[in-house]
Design a protein around this ligand. Structure first.
Ligand SMILES: [Zn+2]
Length: 379
């Protein structure tokens, strides 16, 4: 049994000082320090730093030169180990709109790696399939030639590994597809890469859309006479929203607005691509050339092509640009996404009985220690 002492423990609704957190693979107790018989435990001294829930990234394509769309098991493990150093303890490897057989291969490999018991890094919750049922007019950096008409049967065939799917609700056959997937209940349907009007987006929500993919990016914007997908996603309280809080994809001045509108349905994601954690230079995304300069990744034609954001940096950015409490800011990158994908009974917060997925970081959210299912990772 392990015990973290001298930390400020970030709980769901407050930060707790003077307490210790006791865990094996699960969190067993959070108790006043003076009640802990320290000789009984393997002691981890947090030295006054924050002890926070492990972060949950439900939209991330790549890291350290690897990409979930490659369908490479070693690549997934390298990513899992890499993002764990940024405090991520659970994730959804995210596929692009690629050829169907490639997509199925990526699903198969994710399934394989997820089933492995060995602790290599952040745990795979399931795949986020971004596409292929999207609108070519809002494809962003997704290659158009692989876009397909919505097919609920395809989603359900792979529903054991798909955790969420991004689709455009206005495409022909989309409403039927959404209804089918929603009724099945295993896969979260998200609207994104969508040119839907406000009405079309609301029809999608009525059919079972419960999430919005990288809010504001690759979707119809919020105009006062034409509120678009953004208007529908912000207005309907059943819909959780992703945000790429790298200060480049969405102006940081809007973070407060999204936080106010969405509350505990506000989910920070990275949408990181393979250049994440790498030097500036030339990379690929879905077979297209991408150029990374600082926090920006662009296709040759200037289209924004995913980010190189780390989830702990997103937490830092949200903290800097909102008045949310520390507990609320962390929840946006842990409990809220865990809730969105139906995993909050196991992960997402420091609560007795949940997995011991814990990070230790400073007030600038620099992560020093990552613990997954009670195991300390080499940093
Ligand atoms: Zn993406």
């Amino acid at each position: 049994m392990k015990c973290i002492i001298n930390g400020r423990i970030v709980l769901e609704d407050k930060v707790l000082s003077g307490n210790a957190i006791i865990f094996d693979e699960k969190i067993r107790a959070i108790v006043p320090l003076e009640e802990v018989e320290q000789s009984k435990y393997e002691i981890i001294d947090a030295k006054g730093n924050l002890v926070a829930p492990g972060l949950v990234d439900i939209h991330i394509h790549g890291y350290l030169g690897e990409d979930a769309s490659d369908g490479n098991a070693d690549g997934l493990k390298k990513m899992a180990a890499g993002i764990a150093k940024n405090g991520v303890t659970s994730w959804c490897p995210t596929t692009m709109t690629i050829a169907k057989e490639e997509l199925v291969k990526a699903f198969d490999v994710a399934r394989e790696v997820k089933a492995e018991k060995e602790c290599y890094g952040a745990k795979i919750l399931g795949v986020h399939s971004e596409g292929p049922f999207i609108n070519p007019s809002k494809k962003g950096a997704q290659p158009e030639e692989y876009i397909l008409p919505p097919d609920g049967d395809f989603v359900l065939e792979h529903a054991d590994i798909i955790k969420l799917i991004t689709l455009a609700p206005e495409m022909e056959g989309a409403v039927k597809c959404i209804e089918k997937v929603y009724e099945d209940g295993r896969v979260l349907v998200s609207m994104g890469h969508s040119g839907a009007s406000f009405d079309e987006a609301n029809k999608g929500i009525a059919a079972g859309v419960r999430h919005a993919t990288h809010l504001f990016n690759a979707m119809t914007g919020l105009l006062h006479r034409n509120p678009g997908v953004v208007g529908a996603a912000l207005s309907d309280e059943r819909v959780s929203c992703e945000l790429i809080a790298d200060t480049f994809h969405v102006n940081a001045g809007l973070y407060k607005l999204v936080a106010k509108a969405k509350g505990d349905k506000f989910c920070l994601i990275t949408d990181c691509m393979r250049a994440g954690g790498m030097e500036d230079g030339e990379y690929t995304l879905g077979g297209q050339k991408v150029f990374k300069t600082g926090i920006q990744c662009l296709l040759e034609d200037g289209t924004i092509a995913g980010s190189v954001l780390k989830l702990n940096e997103a937490v830092r950015n949200l903290r800097e640009h909102t008045e949310l409490s520390l507990a609320e800011v962390f929840a946006c990158a842990s409990l809220n996404p865990a809730k969105a994908v139906g995993e909050a009974d196991k992960i997402g917060s420091l609560e007795v009985g949940k997995c011991a997925d814990i990070i230790i970081c400073d007030d600038d959210i620099n992560v020093f220690t990552t613990i997954i299912d009670g195991e300390l990772l080499k940093m």
